[in-house]
Design a protein. Structure first.
Lengths: 332, 555
């Protein structure tokens, strides 16, 4: 039985090593969710920590009892088929381990309900300058629309210190996606035909990354996104400038559309990939044909492209066609 | 009764043919177990391929389409073709033997359920060769992705639906058979509270299948109609789940998870049953609190049908509804906890031997505890908003299903192998198998909790975040260790078949009726069955024999 003990110790050491080694390699990979940057994410993290107390307690209790019993009641020199103590049960003990978990679960649920308003309740519209952004999940990009009509792809800009309410949707032609920036709170699905909402409020300017969390097709993995939180005055200036540029057709929207919508399948230089090679395609010089395929997609034997641009405004469409006219993909 | 004299036709007596036409529950049980192990290996190889793809950031081992196919078929196959049928296999082999019966109530129906299962499995595996490849929308196959004209074009998704329909028919036939058998064919003296706990678990397993599979069938039929079917001149394309025409994508999720959550218990309850059989035998004790363990099985079965929407906390349900499903999910933790503590108490003051079956069952206890506990985080819906659809969930359900159901299933194989084939699986290889699988399992899946907490979503074919590489590589290495362990099991099987130690009726000195007959049992199972006066008929028998012997010795 010394062998059993040695194996147990070995297994334990291997487990510790296996877990500890990559700990050093990961940035912030640990036993808690990503460091929160918004009150709702904080509420979730606090709930997680509270639950962890009991989880660890029960974990240590059960595994320690298991190990202790294995060691203490192992056969040793007894006959293999000698009876152990013929105990059929103990009602009092069994009641204890029925009621104990009930108490723990009541505590956990109560804590969750106490934290819930701080996580789920969106600061009211009267709250200081609440910003509204419409977030649309599409195959395979995120589109952000601001109240003044500014459109951005994959990278949302937001002001620091201001609550931001997100309306999260998908379109009827599209599939389900899930909006998630770990540092800014939990995820919420973008479902065709449904309007969901979530929010964040970040004090520290910075870039917070995330990605789509619901399998949405071939390029699900490429649906990364980021929220760039800037000081409020900088943000206001950006929004104004972008509005003006977008009207003039000089904004970065065209490039964002190319990189966020087209390039994920066709390659940054139009060299092809999941989608066909675009460099040198006559389609690029024909805005009408280009618009047609971007809006309607195409299902043929040769390939299948989703209607990535269904529902775009003409301003948005022109941003893309204009960008491609100026910057035809080089192919390498 | 007039003896049946019709002879078995010659063509049915061949070594292969006799298995093809068999209606013997033991042979059907073995066919079930063997076939599910085959699918387990196939689905396991898919997992190894996916782990290879994820070992490094921006790797290019599998393309995204192939990866999504593997994600889908690995999950579907493990659930429908490996874990559920291996449990059905144990049930088939053991339930009549444990009840002291000659066979199941409907032997031909039983053969039909096996062959439907095999057919469903073949359809699913061959769908890789379909036009457009296998289904790519995940084992949950949510619309609109699974009805999408670009991602779900081709026939793979239709074949997936067809396969699940066939497997559902198989499971329903099997479930009816189990229920009727357990109600009617218990031997003299075997009241409900003297029934082996494994039979209890199969009984609830069967009722759950009956209760929830029809909902899945309904959901999948609507999905099929949404995808469009043409029968002769009629073309039907509905829009139950497409929002553009007034349908609701989330409706499908309700239909799916109303089945999908009880399915977890359909896989895990029989595992609980195996644990409740093996632990007492190797601790030389009765199960601690028989009635509590049996009743908690019933309670888990019942509550498992009230928790489905905890898989849907991120679809934007009202928080009052989220709260209901949180509390219902937490309620399930109570009977599950009862089981764990009762099992622990079964070890207390025992005389514990560590043969392979026991090692797997103890491994089950330590791993399943982790899977159960991580489930508490997921039940608390605000925490779920953070970890839902990440590797945390992947880790959680592998701890429950692989660490729970499959460890118990391997324990069951080592335990009942001598009864099935009359030979004992090798003990040394068995121990190697256990330790490699136990260590490999934890190295593979524990780091995935941390990946999920760090923001890695599930079902992505690649990632660029180098911070995730360490854990992913660790996980991939773990999958090889686990794979070698499982390979050793098959080496063990081959060696045992050639030269395994032959055993008598009852090599483990166990308590239940299957050990009363020969190993392997004759076609009719028993020449006679003792009158059952407790849940441990063989223990009683041995005690009476001892008493008689010592009484004789006194004269």
């Amino acid at each position: 039985m010394a062998a059993v003990r040695a194996l147990l110790v070995l297994a334990g050491l291997l487990l510790v090593a296996a877990v500890a080694a990559p700990l050093g390699l990961a940035d912030n990979g640990g036993f808690t969710p990503v460091d929160p940057a918004s009150p709702n994410a904080e509420g979730i993290r606090d709930s997680y920590l509270f639950v962890s107390i009991f989880i660890l307690l029960v974990f240590v209790l059960v595994e320690a009892l298991l190990l202790a019993f294995i060691v203490r009641f192992r056969r040793r020199k007894r006959d293999r088929f000698e009876d152990g103590a013929q105990i059929h049960g103990a009602t009092k003990l069994e009641l204890m381990w029925t009621v104990g978990p009930v108490i723990i679960l009541v505590l956990i649920a109560s804590f969750v309900f106490i934290e819930l308003p701080g996580i789920a309740n969106i600061p009211s519209a009267e709250a200081r300058g609440r910003l509204e952004v419409k977030v649309t999940g599409r195959q395979f990009y995120w589109q952000f629309e601001y109240p003044n009509g500014v459109v951005a792809i994959d990278r949302m800009r937001a002001p620091a210190g201001v609550p931001v309410r997100l309306e999260v949707v998908s379109t009827d032609e599209d599939v389900i996606h899930s909006w998630w920036i770990p540092a800014l709170g939990g995820k919420i699905d973008a479902i065709p035909g449904t309007v969901n909402e979530t929010w964040f409020e970040v004090e520290e300017p910075g870039v917070y990354e995330g990605q789509c969390a619901e399998l949405c097709g071939v390029q699900h993995a490429a649906m990364t996104t980021a929220v760039e939180v800037m000081p409020e005055d900088e943000f206001d200036a950006w929004l104004e400038e972008r509005r003006a540029e977008q009207s003039e057709g000089t904004s970065e929207l065209g490039q964002e559309l190319w990189e966020g919508v087209c390039a994920k399948c066709h390659g940054l230089a139009g060299e092809g990939g999941i989608g066909r090679r675009l460099a040198g395609s006559p389609l690029l010089a024909d805005p009408q044909a280009l618009e047609n395929i971007v809006r309607n997609g195409r299902v043929t034997r040769a390939g299948r492209m989703p209607p990535v641009g269904a529902g775009w405004t003409s301003e948005q469409m022109e941003a893309l066609t204009g960008y491609l006219r100026e910057n035809p993909p080089s192919g390498s | 009764m007039a003896a049946r004299t019709e002879a078995v036709p010659a063509w049915q007596r061949g070594r292969v043919a006799s298995w093809l036409v068999t209606t013997d529950h033991k042979r059907i049980g073995i066919l079930y177990v063997g076939t599910s192990l085959l699918f387990f290996v196939l689905a396991g190889l898919m997992a190894v391929a996916m782990r290879l793809q994820l070992a490094q950031a921006d790797a290019d081992v599998l393309g995204p389409d192939r990866y999504n196919e593997l994600v889908t078929i690995h999950g579907t196959a493990m659930v429908f073709l490996a874990v559920v049928p291996i449990m059905a296999g144990f049930g088939n082999f053991l339930v009549p033997l444990m009840l002291g019966a000659r066979d199941v109530a409907f032997p031909r129906l039983n053969a039909l359920s096996y062959w439907l299962f095999a057919l469903g499995g073949v359809v699913l595996m061959l769908s890789f060769f379909a036009d457009g490849g296998a289904a790519k929308a995940g084992w949950t196959s949510y619309p609109p992705l699974s009805t999408d004209s670009t991602d779900a074009a081709g026939t793979g998704q239709d074949l997936w639906i067809l396969s699940i329909h066939i497997l559902t028919a198989s499971s329903l036939a099997g479930a009816i058979n189990f229920i009727v058998t357990i109600h009617n064919l218990r031997t003299r003296g075997m009241t409900w509270t003297r029934m082996p706990l494994f039979v209890w678990s199969i009984y609830i397993f069967a009722w759950l299948l009956m209760a929830v599979l029809p909902t899945l069938s309904a959901g999948l039929t609507l999905l099929l109609l949404d995808r469009g079917v043409s029968i002769g001149p009629w073309e039907v394309e509905t829009s139950f789940f497409s929002s553009g025409d007034g349908g609701a994508p989330v409706l499908y999720q309700h239909a799916f998870w109303f089945f999908g959550h009880p399915e977890v218990y359909i896989m895990v309850l029989p595992a609980f049953g195996i644990v409740s059989e093996v632990l007492p035998v190797f601790a030389r004790k009765p199960i601690f609190g028989y009635k509590a363990v049996a009743f908690s099985t019933v309670a888990i079965g019942f509550f498992s049908m009230l928790v489905w929407a905890h898989h849907m906390f991120t679809v934007g349900m009202p928080n009052s509804l989220n709260a209901f499903f949180m509390i219902a999910s937490m309620v399930i933790a109570v009977p599950t906890g009862v089981k764990i503590f009762n099992w622990l108490a079964t070890l207390w003051r025992g005389n514990i031997s560590f043969d392979s079956p026991m090692l797997f069952v103890l491994g089950f206890l330590s791993i399943f505890t982790i899977g159960g506990l991580s489930g508490i985080y997921l039940a608390a819906f605000p925490i779920d908003w953070q970890v839902h659809d990440t590797y945390f969930v992947v880790a959680h359900f592998h701890y429950v299903i692989m660490g729970g159901a499959l460890f118990a299933a391997f324990g069951g194989l080592y335990y009942w192998w001598p009864k099935m084939f009359g030979r004992m699986l090798g003990e040394t290889l068995g121990k190697w198998h256990f330790w490699l699988m136990f260590i490999g399992f934890n190295v593979t899946f524990f780091p995935q909790h941390l990946l999920g907490l760090d923001g890695m979503p599930r079902r992505i074919y690649t990632y660029s975040n180098e911070g995730w590489e360490g854990y992913n590589l660790t996980s991939t290495i773990g999958s090889w260790v686990m794979g070698i362990g499982i390979l050793l099991f098959f080496v063990n099987v081959v060696r045992t078949t050639r030269s395994g130690k032959r055993v008598g009726n009852d090599p483990w000195q166990a308590d239940t009726l299957e050990w009363y007959t020969t190993s392997p049992p004759p076609p009719h199972n028993f020449d006679e069955v003792p009158y059952v006066t407790s849940a441990r008929p063989l223990y009683d028998l041995r005690r009476r024999l001892r008493e008689q012997r010592s009484a004789r010795g006194a004269y």
